[in-house]
Design a protein around this ligand. Structure first.
Ligand SMILES: Nc1ncnc2c1ncn2[C@@H]1O[C@H](COP(=O)(O)OP(=O)(O)OP(=O)(O)O)[C@@H](O)[C@H]1O
Ligand SMILES: [Mg+2]
Length: 608
């Protein structure tokens, strides 16, 4: 129940399928009991055992129901045997049995039919929700979580939940009802025998529950391990070149195998525990039946208080209880596994993003004055990466950030686009704190070219279109021209419709950079943030990329993070950073004249 409550938000949209399933299951339970009961008159006919009733019985109220049904059955059997012979009567009984079984199975199928929509629907919605959560969680979430773990949750765990949803309905409706109906029928046949059976049920129940105890924990372990090896796989696929280039195949193989060995161990334990369920309950069942045979046999043989047909009917009913009891123990294991999986899924879904928009976040559509970083301090983990850092970029100006590697340049790009929040101080656009803006509007105002060109396995066109969904081909080509990318794109086999491979793997480093620039150009945001790639380019493509940058900076407010100082000589202001602080600040010529850190950096690059 607790489990269903957890998932209720996902189940509710499909509740009518759940209800239809329950209705079908009620009929299923009813007919499966009747199917067993219908064996009784057949046996009576076969062995000529039943009481002969020649007079049509009259219904005398609820208290006599049992008598009435028994008499009616006997009456029907007797009249048919009398008028058409016992073989004919047998045939009718067989037809009755077949119909009962047909109905039982028909409703079984219908129940499964309806529940399928609920299960797959929940599966679909859970997947969609995780996926959209994946895109909404902040970047920082993924520095800690492994990507493969998310993949495991969206594929494996969700599936486990789906499987358990069938089990859970079996658990709460189908099988218990089957048992209840069977018990009613059993009570009708013999109170004495039924009480006898009841002595055994709690004992079996206890033994079975022992097996299920640690199951949730085990299955959590198994699922977690699945996350670990999927993460390894994901990293391996992403880093194949390095793995091969450094002959690290064996190292990664053994890392993967460590994980699969653990998976092997954990799932052996889990599966064998689950495997134990069925044989145990069957054996316990047959022990019950054996005891029943002994005791019931004496009622038939010695006391003669029970007819043979009724006894066999009772036995089949008792067996009828065993199957659902078995199913219940199995289903409860499945639910336990599903519960563990649901916890892992909900864990992702319930993660609260620290960067969620404020309730009264407003959207700012224009940029008029300036963007300011006011005394900001920031740390990713323990050490401050930026300390008391302030800059101002007025509209139409370009500011360049230079400095040694790790000085916090890319971090500034991360903060201005609000992938992370500053720890102290504030970032304002036209005086409005970016924490008060909706992230959507902030990111409409800013365009980001990241240090590593991030491209998707799609055509040139679709990669660029991320910048502006409704752009025409001409606009795309225009953007490509500004980014100096058109000259190579036009030579691709299908022009802008050429697929560029996984992460743009079919392109050179410089080509990828120019495509990312084109994407930002097409977006044409008022504020451009450009994190220049550090990868060394040959002089020819460096010039191309540099031209592209200059084209882009024209008439735009821009923050440029530059590694090639030649790129930024025309910037309105150059900020020289060291370990998260500003050490020098000014125009190119002023900084050269200062003969300080900047001069040294320039000299170093000219020697190269
Ligand atoms: N996701 C992260 N988690 C923890 N620390 C980080 C993270 N990203 C960066 N850092 C740390 O923050 C510091 C500044 O990193 P940043 O990427 O801003 O440097 P950078 O100036 O852009 O360097 P480069 O010129 O090499 O690109 C570095 O010391 C780095 O180790
Ligand atoms: Mg950087």
């Amino acid at each position: 129940m607790d489990y269903l409550k957890k998932l209720s938000r996902f189940i509710m949209p499909y509740k009518r399928y759940g209800i239809l399933n329950i209705i079908c299951n009620i009929f299923y339970a009813l007919f499966s009991t009747l199917a067993m009961v219908s064996l009784m008159p057949m046996i009576n006919v076969l062995f000529d055992e039943g009481e002969q009733v020649f007079e049509k019985p009259v219904y005398a109220g609820f208290g006599d129901l049992k008598e009435y049904i028994g008499d009616s059955l006997n009456y029907i059997v007797t009249t048919i045997t009398q008028s058409e012979g016992s073989q004919q009567a047998l045939l009718y009984m067989i037809i009755l049995i077949i119909s009962m079984f047909l109905l039982k199975n028909l409703f079984n199928y219908l129940g499964l039919y309806y529940i399928t929509f609920l299960r797959n629907g929940v599966l679909k919605d859970l997947r969609n929700e995780i996926y959209s959560k994946v895109t909404s969680l902040p970047i920082s979430y993924y520095s800690e979580k492994r990507k493969g773990d998310i993949i495991a949750r969206i594929s494996g765990d969700v599936n486990e939940v789906k499987n358990s949803l069938l089990a859970v309905l079996e658990l709460i409706v189908k099988e218990p009802l089957t048992i209840v109906f069977a018990i009613i029928a059993m009570l009708t046949i013999s109170l004495q025998l039924t009480l006898f059976v009841f002595l055994f049920i709690p004992v079996s129940g206890f033994i079975i529950s022992l097996i299920g105890k640690t199951l949730k924990k085990q299955s959590e372990k198994v699922q977690n391990e699945q996350g670990v090896f999927l993460s390894t796989l994901e990293e391996t696929l992403g880093g194949l070149k390095v793995i091969k280039g450094f002959n690290a195949e064996n190292k990664f193989n053994s890392k993967f195998q460590d994980s699969t060995s653990r998976f092997y161990r954990f799932s052996n334990i889990l599966m064998n525990r689950q495997n134990l369920a069925s044989p145990t309950s069957e054996f316990l069942g047959i022990v019950t039946i054996a005891a029943l045979l002994w005791y019931g046999g004496s009622l038939v043989l010695i006391d003669k208080t029970l007819s043979g047909g009724a006894f066999i009917g009772f036995m089949t009913l008792a067996y009828q209880i065993l199957t659902p009891a078995k199913a219940i123990s199995k289903a409860s294991y499945k639910v336990k596994a599903g519960n563990a999986a649901a916890d892992r899924v909900l864990d992702v879904l319930n993660t609260i993003s620290p960067l969620e928009d404020k309730a009264n976040a407003f959207s700012k559509t224009d940029f008029n004055d300036s963007i300011k970083l006011n005394n900001i301090s920031f740390k990713y983990e323990d050490d401050l990466v930026l300390k008391n850092f302030s800059i101002q970029v007025s509209k139409g100006k370009s500011i360049a950030l230079v400095g040694q590697s790790g000085s916090g340049k890319s971090t500034i790009a991360n903060l201005v686009t609000r992938f992370y929040d500053v720890n102290e101080g504030s970032i304002t656009i036209d005086g409005a704190n970016i924490k008060d803006l909706s992230k959507n509007s902030l990111r409409n105002l800013t365009g980001l070219v990241t240090q590593d060109s991030i491209l998707f396995n799609d055509s040139v066109k679709n990669n660029i279109l991320l910048g502006k969904e409704d752009a025409t081909d001409d606009q795309i080509i225009e953007a490509l021209k500004i980014a100096n990318a058109w000259e190579f794109v036009k030579n691709l086999p299908n022009g802008i419709n050429t697929n560029i491979g996984d992460s743009g793997g079919k392109l050179s480093g410089g080509q990828k950079q120019r495509l990312s620039i084109a994407r930002a150009v097409l977006k044409n945001p008022p504020i451009m943030i450009l994190d220049e790639a550090t990868s060394a380019l040959d002089t020819e493509s460096e010039r191309l990329v540099q031209d592209a940058l200059e084209n882009m900076m024209k008439n735009r407010t821009s923050i440029i993070i530059a590694h090639r100082l030649s790129t930024i000589q025309n910037a309105d202001e150059i900020i020289v950073m060291k370990q998260g602080e500003i050490v020098e600040q000014g125009k190119h010529n002023q900084l050269i004249a200062m003969n300080g850190v900047y001069k040294k950096l320039v000299n170093m690059q000219s020697f190269e």
